[in-house]
Design a protein around this ligand. Sequence first.
Ligand SMILES: *[C@@H]1O[C@H](CO)[C@@H](O)[C@H](O)[C@H]1NC(C)=O
Length: 391
Amino acid sequence: MVSKTLVLCTTFISIVSLFMITINAATFNVMSYGAKPDGRGDSTQPFLKAWSWACSSVQPATMYVPRGRYMIKAAVFQGPCRSRINVQIDGTLVAPDNYWHLGNSGYWLLFIKVNRLSVIGGILDAKGAGFWDCRRRGGNCPAGARSITFNWVNDGLISGLTSINSQLMHVVVNSCNNVRVQNVKIIAPALSPNTDGIHVQVSTGVTISNSNIQTGDDCISIGPGTRNLWMERIKCGPGHGVSIGSLARDFKEDGVTNVTLINSEFRGTDNGLRIKSWARPSTAFVNNIKFRNIVMNNVANPIIIDQNYCPNNQGCPRQTSGVKINQITYHNIQGTSTTPNAVVFDCSPSAPCRGIILHDIKLTYLNQRAKSYCKNIGGTTRGVILHESCL
Ligand SMILES: *[C@@H]1O[C@H](CO)[C@@H](O)[C@H](O)[C@H]1NC(C)=O
């Protein structure tokens, strides 16, 4: 009798808790709002409706996208939301065939002012080729769109996302705190213009890990106001490498500090580890940067600081950069360069680079010791330095 009551009791509790779990995790399936998984019908409004219900849920909510292809035009997923929100994508989001339909806003999928946001899974196919062609022809083209952007997101996660052929940048983290980007795959042709893989700026505490980036511009680009950025297990190539900058585009600009990249690999890229600034006066700075355990496979400029960026020699009256570069450590960088100068430090005469540390650098060019180039720098070497070091 006792055990029977116990069993009944337990069963009752299980049913109640099951019910509560269901309520707790409110799910808003885009199909319930009319999304069409055929890749043709416009699913923008159904997605926005599912978002707005999920966002106003008192319980933690999931906006759910089942398998299938969904055509989505430019969409803003606006917060703040009432609780934690999770966007679970098992399907593929495709942009309209006509690239004009992403409009001139600069964004395809924009998440704005959301706290505790996760975007899990999903394939984004922005079909950028038509747009790149338009720009190559120098025609009358729209501004172009970044594929997925987090603006003012705190405690965010992007995990397991694949982004294909973005018109401009694939993934953008702007004005955010504490965002993790992990297990992301980015794919675009080597010659697609301005298709940076992941761009971070004005953000603190961003982590990027376990990601494979093949694209036409920087694999990861790091803009002004980036602090405490951690990157690990990144595979980059083709692409233009991992780049801090271009900085000093504007005179009054925030700096970049405390950035770490470890355990990563570059393959066939134009640059490996790059710091780049315009040759213009600026309040910007770059300090406390660490690169460690990096393998270069046929990289044109494995290590490069270029403070003389000035395309077409326009807008750089005195041709010197005001960006102060300080405390940059390169530790255990090895592999092959496709140009003789594997290490280039072209720093500013008015703000020379300081505290450059080279520690165990083994870079070769055509199976020979690579060379290096130094201008306006100060620093030290440690351990094994295989190239002809000018430091
Ligand atoms: C530097 O950034 C890391 C995260 O990448 C963080 O854990 C650490 O506390 C930061 N250091 C400082 C001095 O802010």
